[in-house]
Design a protein. Structure first.
Length: 331
């Protein structure tokens, strides 16, 4: 856990020097994907098989890397359908097991087994062969972020690395969002039950930093988290290399929406203590306030799009929502 103390000091420095960060980040610099592939068409995502369903959470991207509509942005109807399903399943479990099934639990009382799949084009670092030390550091980041050690609310979750699986397969590299090769990769590699977090690391298509699946009634082989390999602690993805892309995507895997889901209207991200936000925040725009509702934009929340040095918290409402989803879908 020692590494995380260094990350905390770096985060504090990043928040204090926002003006400098904005100047330096006016044009995003740093890591550029070695590969680029077009995003799949909407039709390609709506294939006949269940594993072709558009089950991904919002894909996290650098500013300017996607010029059209976010390929996974949930519509109001999709959010409503997901929330109705969750409410229905919670009601069924309460009837079967009583309200005690959803009683709060002590922080870090849910240990999530983690299997990491390192997808490589070849044995070089440029070909995806990142060292084990970066993966160990990523697990430390997850544990600190979800425990509240970075400054946010503690959640119920901790993470235990079970194995690192290295796979050299050029046909899966880069990992192309929503593609047949992504489906083939996950069908071949995913291990464990609904409670096992499978993380896939590699170079990613279309400038994306990562994507994840939401939990659902029937969890299949597509379930898991995909993260840009160089966004892990010590990676080359400038401004996004402290490990918080992983934190962000695991938040989705545990049923959190983006803080800007729904913009300024409606029920937003379905969490009452994250102020409404009209659009993603980039860099670290302290004091940004895009909605008339109370509260400035939650730019320090792990579920926004700011620099890793800027984000450090989940809220109590998000912690509660994740635990409800865990008990409903994954426990």
């Amino acid at each position: 856990m020692g590494l995380r103390h260094n990350l905390l000091s770096r985060r504090s420095a990043g928040i204090a020097s926002t003006s400098l960060a904005l100047l330096l980040g006016a044009v995003t610099a740093g890591y550029a994907p070695a590969h680029a592939a077009p995003l799949p068409s909407h039709a390609a995502e709506h294939g006949a098989s269940e594993e072709c369903e558009p089950v991904h959470a919002n894909a996290k991207a650098r500013p300017g890397s996607i010029t059209e509509h976010d390929p996974n942005h949930l519509t109001e109807a999709q959010v409503e359908a997901r929330e109705n399903e969750l409410a229905e399943l919670v009601e069924i479990q309460v009837r079967r097991q009583g309200a005690a099934a959803f009683a709060p639990v002590a922080p870090a009382s849910v240990a999530i087994p983690v299997v990491v799949h390192v997808i490589q084009e070849n044995s070089t670092r440029a070909g995806g062969n990142i060292p084990d030390s970066m993966i160990y550091s990523q697990i430390d980041v997850l544990n600190d972020s979800f425990s509240g050690a970075t400054g946010g609310a503690p959640t119920a979750f901790s993470f235990a690395l079970q194995s690192i699986n290295r796979v050299t397969n050029p046909s899966w590299y880069p990992i192309n969002y929503g593609s047949s090769s992504e489906r083939s990769m996950k069908r071949s590699l995913r291990t464990g039950g609904a409670d096992t977090l499978n993380i896939y690391l590699g170079d990613l298509s279309s400038g994306l930093l990562g994507w994840a699946t939401f939990p659902k009634r029937s969890i299949n082989k597509m379930d898991g988290v995909v993260v840009l390999n160089e966004s892990l602690p010590g990676g080359t993805a400038t401004n996004y290399n402290l490990g918080d892309t992983g934190t962000h995507e695991v938040g989705h895997w545990l049923n959190l929406y983006h803080t800007f889901q729904g913009g300024c209207s409606g029920s937003g991200d379905e969490v009452s203590d994250t102020p409404a936000e009209a659009s993603p925040a980039y860099q670290c725009p302290t004091g940004r306030d895009t909605c008339s509702a109370a509260g400035v934009d939650p730019i320090h929340n792990f579920m926004d799009y700011t620099y890793d040095s800027c984000m450090y918290e989940f809220t109590p409402g998000q912690a509660s929502r994740m635990l409800t989803a865990w008990n409903t879908y994954r426990a």
